[in-house]
Write a protein that binds this ligand. Structure first.
Ligand code: C2E
Ligand code: MG
Ligand code: MG
Length: 854
């Protein structure tokens, strides 16, 4: 039963109502049936009704949570309690809901029961609560690594639930294409979403494209009239969208990563509260996206941390380990628990001292990073080498926060490098330092000697006749011999001295901190003594000696390289003086060495300058006195030095590689000469040509000789080649082959200087030698009582047995001639008959002799 509006009320009642109308709180009186009997102005205005309209209503029309039964129950409980405060929602005239807090009071008045309610709108509080709820839930989802899509989906859904008129969407920027893509929009029509997929970012691309472009909110109240929507308004109309407010989602204060949009189906102007809420929501979306991305990164780094093969340690700023990865455990053998809380130093090698770590620390403090090699010790005690990189991470304030240590085990690499270094610096056979290391060390010793004012002595050692041993024993035997020599050398020197093998059979010994040359003499004598004892190679006792050159720094040279040269010259001198001895470097040697260099240079032009001349020394058959042979001996007529002996320049020509050219010239000259003398003096005339062993190393030009010989019918045996035993020793198949070719070409072969080398008749037997020339050293002291006599006799006898003819060289006296004739020597060569003569002089000599033989 509705109460008449204001009728029948006392003045006081009217006054009260009048004043209640002025109260800002909303006040409603309801009777037990739920009719609104009094509503103050604030209340009906808030609900959107006029004064007239509101008095026709009852509670069920403005609060749908009540039914008549629940209202009755509510009223009954109010009667017993007196008052009650609760929250509910009122439906406004326009249909929208209004969250309210109600303070209901039971009142009896004039015998009637009333419910007097003080109603307070709680939109703000409700909003705040919803927001808080959404925020907490969103952050909780982020923390639980929920997929970003479901996080943002929840966010949008929350907003839409709060106000069903709203249709929300979040678009995210595709960084590579610079277009916006639909990310979540649960309530927007599907067709619309598809149509705006890959939305361009630009100055007038609807609300969202423009908001992303401007980096500022874009509020379009009416899509149909707003110029920004010109190209999309038809689309919007098709899907019934009338307004669109868009808020850019911005990270790092400037980077737009997407948009948060709210659509309405009717044109809508946002209130200040709406704008604030949107800003708040887009901010929340930003946080979710950012955190999610950070979490992604974290997950990524975590998986890198766990799965990389490089060991990692994370240290706090005091240098204590706070985390390790599995690779660290794999490499070091220590579990995380065993190392966390300790300083990495505790697992370092004793090789590194406090200073080492202090240097790293100060580098880190200064630059924030460090890299280098650190030795560590594994749990099993094994030492290993790491390549270590340390970097610093900073906290939000930019202060150093953590050190990240990355390291990889480079022990194997190091070992490999070391073995490469060893190979580069040590001789593989003897394990002595090689030439490279020797030079480096000598250089260091020279610098040191300069500093402390000491001397450095260099001994340069070359084995005597090593080549022969090598040939006789084979390479393996030669190697064994070198190893044994190296071993003996190490017994002679002090630990500070350095022995090295330069290559082949050359060694050096460097003595440091020496005050005088006596030490050098002592060491050299000891070396020679030690080498005296035979070296057993398999079952053969082998004898070897050495020639040693000695030089002293700073007495003899100004630097290391000059010192090496000096020592070499001194060694050369020791060889020349007869081997198995030492020789100190002298200025004279330097002079000679310089002269050798000079001569070598001049020798290059000697042939072109016609400075060579061939001399001929007759070879006489003693029984008949016939002269049908001569030896060609080369002379160098030097511009200033006069005639230079072949003993001096042939070795130089060999060294300088000129011997081939010179030798070839001699050979061809002699061939012409022999043919000429054959026709002039005797049809069997023969000239012997000396061939150097070096010439057999490159035999290509021999072909030319053979061609020349073949082209001349009368050339058979007009030439004989003289080779030394050395050539035979070197008798590789190639050499024997060449000698055979000479013989096939009609050239005879003589062994020169027989008896001075590694004389072996076995070699001679191997190839078909025609003549044996007994060296002058056996002839010089030849007398019937001399020791050489039976030797010479034996040589001649054996040679004859092998079918060889014998020529005695250097016969100077009548008695030598007589003895040799008596023993049965086939030919005689020597000053007794004639010195070597120029071709003209030889012809004169021979003509004279033919007229007057004997
Ligand atoms: P060789 O082949 O043994 O020559 C004999 C050397 O003994 C010659 O010295 C000769 O002058 C010398 N001689 C001969 N009879 C006597 C004597 O009764 N008493 C003394 N004291 N000496 C005598 P030369 O001419 O100085 O030659 C030295 C060496 O140079 C030669 O020794 C030979 O090995 C080499 N040679 C000479 N010419 C050539 C050449 O054209 N090519 C090559 N590869 N080597 C050559
Ligand atoms: Mg000769
Ligand atoms: Mg000779």
């Amino acid at each position: 039963m509705p109460v008449a509006k204001g009728e029948g009320l006392t003045d006081f009642e009217l006054f009260s109502r009048f004043s209640l109308d002025k109260v800002q709180d909303w006040i409603t009186w309801l009777n037990a049936a739920g009719d609104l009997v009094y509503v103050n102005e604030a209340a009906y205005k808030a609900l959107g009704y006029s004064k007239e309209e509101v008095y026709g209503l009852n509670i069920f029309q403005i609060d749908e949570s009540y039914s008549p039964a629940s209202w009755a129950a509510h009223f009954a409980s109010l009667k017993t309690l007196g008052a009650k405060t609760f929250e509910t929602q009122h439906r406004k005239k326009d249909g929208s809901v209004l969250p309210v807090e109600i303070n209901s009071n039971y009142i009896e008045y004039n015998g009637h029961e009333y419910n007097c309610a003080i109603v307070r709108p709680i939109i703000e509080r409700k909003r705040a609560e919803t927001r808080e709820h959404i925020k907490n839930h969103v952050l909780d989802l982020v923390a639980r690594n929920a997929p970003l899509k479901s996080i943002l989906g929840y966010l949008v859904q929350g907003v839409e639930e709060e106000n069903p008129e709203r249709l929300c969407s979040i678009l995210l920027l595709d960084k590579s294409n610079q277009v916006l893509k639909n990310y979540v929009a649960p309530s927007l029509p599907k067709g619309y979403c598809e149509a705006i997929e890959n939305l361009e970012v630009g100055p007038s691309v609807g609300s969202c494209g423009t908001a992303a472009f401007r980096g500022k909110p874009v509020i379009v109240e009416n899509i149909q009239t707003d110029p920004l929507w010109k190209s999309f308004k038809a689309l919007a109309a098709q899907y019934g969208l009338a307004s669109c407010w868009s808020m850019p989602i911005i990270v790092d204060h400037h980077e737009v990563i997407g948009t948060f949009g709210i659509y309405h189906k009717t044109p809508k102007v946002p209130t200040q509260a709406d704008l604030e809420q949107m800003e708040y929501l887009s901010n929340l979306a930003r946080i979710a996206i950012e955190r999610h991305r950070a979490a992604e990164e974290l997950r990524l780094s975590d998986s890198i941390f766990k799965n990389t093969s490089e060991a990692m340690l994370v240290l706090d700023i005091d240098g204590l380990i706070i985390a390790t990865n599995p690779a660290f455990t794999n490499i070091s053998g220590y579990s995380a628990e065993e190392v966390i809380g300790h300083h990495p130093m505790a697992f370092g090698s004793p090789r590194h001292d406090q200073d080492f770590y202090s240097a790293i620390r100060s580098d880190l403090e200064e630059k924030g990073s460090w890299r280098g090699e650190i030795y560590g010790v594994k749990k099993n005690g094994e030492e290993y080498i790491n390549w270590v990189t340390v970097n610093t991470t900073n906290d939000e304030k930019g202060q150093p926060f953590r050190r990240v240590v990355l390291f990889s085990d480079i022990t194997e690499k190091k070992k490999h490098e070391e073995s490469i270094w060893y190979e580069a610096n040590y001789d593989a056979l003897t394990h002595l330092p090689n030439r490279r290391l020797f030079q480096e060390r000598l250089q260091q010793e020279v610098f040191r000697a300069n500093r402390v004012g000491a001397k450095v002595v260099l001994l340069y050692l070359d084995l005597d006749g090593f080549k022969e041993v090598n040939d006789a024993l084979g390479h393996q035997g030669g190697d064994q011999l070198l190893i044994e020599v190296a071993r003996r050398l190490t017994h002679v020197v002090r630990i500070t001295d350095c022995i090295s093998r330069l290559g082949g059979d050359e060694f050096t010994v460097t003595l440091v901190d020496v005050q005088d040359s006596q030490a050098a003499t002592n060491v050299a004598t000891s070396i020679l003594d030690l080498l005296q004892a035979p070296i057993m190679i398999d079952t053969h006792a082998t004898y070897i000696s050495a020639s040693i050159g000695i030089t002293v720094y700073p007495d003899d040279a100004e630097d290391a390289s000059a010192l090496i040269k000096n020592a070499d010259q001194a060694m050369y001198e020791a060889k020349k003086r007869g081997r198995n001895q030492y020789s100190f470097y002298t200025q004279e040697m330097q002079y000679l060495a310089q002269r050798r260099t000079e001569q070598k240079r001049e020798l290059r032009h000697a042939l072109a300058n016609h400075e060579f001349e061939i001399y001929y020394q007759p070879v006489v058959e003693p029984k008949s006195g016939m002269v049908t042979k001569a030896e060609a001996l080369l002379r160098w007529r030097h511009g200033t030095m006069g005639i230079v002996s072949p003993a001096e320049f042939i070795p130089l020509a060999e060294d300088a590689g000129l011997i081939h050219e010179i030798g070839s010239w001699v050979f061809i000259q002699c061939l012409e000469q022999a043919l000429q003398w054959r026709s002039r003096f005797h049809p069997d005339f023969q000239i012997s040509v000396n061939l150097s062993p070096v010439q057999f190393k490159n035999t290509a030009y021999f072909d030319r000789w053979f061609n020349l010989l073949a082209s001349t019918a009368a050339s058979k045996h007009c030439l004989c080649v003289e080779i030394t035993e050395g050539v035979l020793l070197d008798a590789s198949d190639k050499t024997s082959e060449q000698l055979l070719r000479f013989q096939e070409a009609g050239v005879e072969v003589a062994i020169d200087d027989f008896g001075t080398g590694y004389s072996s008749l076995a070699y001679i037997k191997r190839i078909n030698v025609d003549y044996l020339k007994i060296d002058r050293t056996f002839i010089t002291h030849l007398a019937s009582e001399s020791a050489d006599y039976p030797l010479v006799e034996a040589i001649i006898m054996m040679a004859h047995k092998l079918g060889l003819k014998v020529i005695a060289e250097g016969v100077e006296t009548a008695s030598q001639l007589a003895l040799l004739t008596q023993i049965g020597c086939d030919y005689i060569q020597g000053y007794w008959y004639s010195r070597p003569l120029s071709a003209d002089a030889f012809e004169d000599w021979l003509s004279a002799r033919m007229q007057n033989p004997a």
